[in-house]
Design a protein around this ligand. Structure first.
Ligand code: UT7
Length: 338
């Protein structure tokens, strides 16, 4: 018998407003053709009200996941919330989610690993469960990117890529006797290389830029918007994601063709197609949502799982592989029986 994490609930939430590629042409010199060809994105969801926060989206996704698991706020032992679009500079967004859920007292931890944040959060939750420190853990990825993008022709290379949304997962401790057949997380594998930190980042506000954290100069130089070396992100992503998938398969003695579904991070459809092609994964085994939701950073994987489950593409007992690559650079993988 071994103590392992079982996924008992999954949920997602997308704000109602849909913004198509054509809608973006109102704000910047771009086209549906350019965006579709390079990224596969056709539309994204953006919040339509100043009052909506990242923790609000997280709350909706968490409620859905907890309802599926039959878990109340008072049953939770820990909360991990992965986001790069926090409600405030501090405290972390996890405490706002905790307050809205009504689960005072338990640890509420923000994860700052960008596109890889959900797998980092799941990995940490898994370690607490394996060591018997926690029995029920909520892991959430949530983002409101739309308020933080440079929605102009100058910012178009990044602005077209990102959407708002949230996904959540409930993990519960399970005593596993037959690891080959029982539903659980087999393993998680985390990596980072700060050499490339400036290839995808938001330079300010922060303590490394100037003598004051916020100045008119910082705003005028648009240092508060994401900057990306898109080519370099692409080159590293298509190398690191296959490596991470292979690492998780080798760690568990699982063959590639034993995986039923691949639910990757959604940065760019071209990245995911290249990863599948390099590894010899049949396209029908890769579940993508980027066409509808664009890149929701920490939320893409749980949103993908929730959507795949609702569509009946993801069924209990399936072997699933997830991998992500993003800012940092960070990359990671997880292998699990759903
Ligand atoms: O993890 C976060 C998401 N990150 C990624 O997805 C990174 C992966 N990177 C990529 O997939 C590609 O680098 C992009 C899709 C982001 C960009 O494709 P690219 O072929 O590397 O484009 P580019 O930056 O070299 O730009 C090509 C042209 C430029 O015009 P000129 O200089 O050739 O006249 C850009 O100004 O496309 C122009 N351009 C756009 N045109 C219309 C850049 N963004 C846009 C846009 N609409 N949104």
């Amino acid at each position: 018998m071994a103590l392992r994490s079982r996924i008992t609930g999954i949920g997602s939430y997308l704000p109602p407003q849909v913004v198509t590629n054509d809608d973006l042409t109102e704000f910047m010199d771009t086209s549906d053709e350019w965006i579709t060809q390079r990224t596969g994105i056709k539309q994204r969801h953006w919040v339509d009200s100043a009052g909506v926060t990242t923790s609000d989206l997280a709350l909706e996704a968490a409620r859905e996941a907890m309802a599926m698991a039959g878990v109340e706020a008072g049953d939770l032992d820990m909360i991990f919330l992965a986001t790069i679009s926090p409600d405030h500079f501090f405290p972390g967004t996890a405490v706002f989610l905790q307050r809205k859920l009504g689960a005072p007292g338990i640890p509420a931890i923000d994860v700052r690993q960008q596109c890889t944040g959900f797998i980092y959060g799941t990995s940490m939750a898994d370690q607490y469960i394996r060591t018997g420190m926690a029995e029920r853990v909520l892991v959430v990825g949530a983002e409101i990117h739309s308020k933080g993008l440079d929605i102009s022709t100058e910012g178009r290379d990044v602005a077209v890529l990102f959407g708002d949304g949230a996904g959540a997962m409930v993990l519960e401790a399970a005593d596993i006797t037959d690891p080959a057949t029982e539903r659980h997380i087999l393993s998680t594998h985390l990596h980072a290389d700060g050499t490339y930190a400036e290839d995808l980042w938001v330079p300010a506000p922060g303590m490394a830029v100037g003598t004051r954290m916020v100045t008119h100069d910082i705003v005028d130089r648009k240092l508060v918007y994401p900057k990306m070396n898109g080519r370099n992100v692409y080159v590293h992503a298509v190398k690191r994601m296959p490596e991470a998938i292979r690492e998780s398969l080798d760690a568990n003695g699982v063959q590639l063709d034993e995986v039923d579904l691949f639910v990757f991070h959604q940065a760019n459809l071209r990245i995911n197609e290249a990863v599948a092609q390099r590894m010899g994964i049949p396209p029908e085994k890769v579940y993508n949502t980027i066409e509808q939701f664009a890149n929701t950073t920490a939320a893409t994987i749980p949103i993908g799982l929730a959507e795949a489950a609702k569509e009946g593409r993801l069924k209990p007992g399936m072997m699933v592989s997830s991998t992500a690559f993003g800012s940092g650079f960070t990359w990671a993988s997880m292998l699990y029986r759903w």
